[in-house]
Design a protein around this ligand. Structure first.
Ligand code: NAP
Length: 255
């Protein structure tokens, strides 16, 4: 969307987006920032953090960046503590980090890959929220980034898909646990050509087939995912909690 058409729904709000120095996370941080939020971005590498902070600052966004590998307990704590020290509260948390270490079928997958999938895609989201929850403001909002693979895990993404299915359950469970103070929702993207998906979307035949599987005949953009996330995180969604929005151009996910 053109910058001039974007609203200011997050004026005075503080938003943390994990894994946000590129791809979907970066676009979400940018969208929330353009709408007035002070955004806290992070990822594993300082160089990537610095570069992303610069890009967002150039657009006039109030941004703070730090290194946070989501599996590192100290870095997670630091992310929350520094955010609260700098901005005094947390209004939005977008839990976006994920890994897909193996394309093996589930019953052939190494235990180390199973552990990594569970740890990065599910467990660390919970641990980060345990640290963040004492600082969540009244009316705050959490958004998990799942995947269309959560509904029908494809062969090469089967166990990854199952961890994304777990996020749908986590969304429901935490929506109950954190109500009425905090809303909890989820976005399930279809395929978006980012670094993460490049092994699929860079293959011309696969890309064409994925485009054909959508009603809109195109892959998603990171901005499409940011728009849906911003909606769920905003007061426009103030009566929505425990829900998942599929953002996949009509690719089939559920009835
Ligand atoms: P991406 O473009 O590859 O970006 C990944 C970002 O995460 C980078 O900023 C990376 O920076 C950071 N990162 C990676 N591992 C991290 C970790 N352990 N801790 C902290 N930061 C980490 O990926 P993406 O496609 O935007 O994916 C974002 C989310 O969307 C994921 O949850 C993914 O499952 C979901 N999703 C993506 C698609 C798709 O087609 N792209 C579809 C459905 C769902 P560093 O390298 O500096 O850490």
């Amino acid at each position: 969307m053109e910058k001039s058409k974007i609203g200011r729904r997050f004026e005075g709000k503080v938003a943390i987006v994990t894994a946000s120095t590129q791809g979907i996370g970066f676009s979400i941080a940018r969208r929330l920032g353009l709408e007035g939020a002070s955004v806290v971005i992070s990822s594993r590498r300082q160089g990537n953090v610095d570069e992303a902070v610069e890009k967002l600052k150039e657009e006039g966004i109030e941004v703070f960046g730090l290194v946070c590998h989501v599996s590192n307990a100290q870095q997670r704590k630091n992310l929350i503590e520094q955010t609260v020290q700098k901005y005094g509260k947390i209004d939005v948390v977008v839990s976006n980090a994920a890994a897909n270490p193996s394309v093996d079928p589930i019953l052939k997958m190494q235990e180390s890959s199973l552990d990594k999938l569970w740890e990065i895609n599910v467990k660390t989201s919970i641990l980060l929220l345990q640290d963040a929850s004492p600082h969540l403001s009244k009316g705050s909002s959490i958004v998990f980034i799942s995947s269309i693979s959560a509904f029908q895990p494809p062969a090469s993404l089967a166990m990854y898909g199952v961890t994304k299915t777990a996020l749908l359950g986590l969304t429901k469970a935490l929506a109950t646990e954190l109500a009425p103070h905090t809303r909890v929702n989820c976005v399930a993207p279809g395929f978006v050509p980012t670094h993460f998906a490049s092994y699929i979307t860079n293959n011309k035949t696969m890309r064409k087939s994925l485009e054909e599987q959508t009603s809109l005949k195109r892959l998603g953009t990171t901005e499409d995912m940011a728009a849906a996330t911003a909606f769920l995180a905003s007061d426009d969604a103030s009566y929505i909690t425990g829900e998942t929005i599929v953002v996949a151009g009509g690719a089939s996910s559920r009835l």
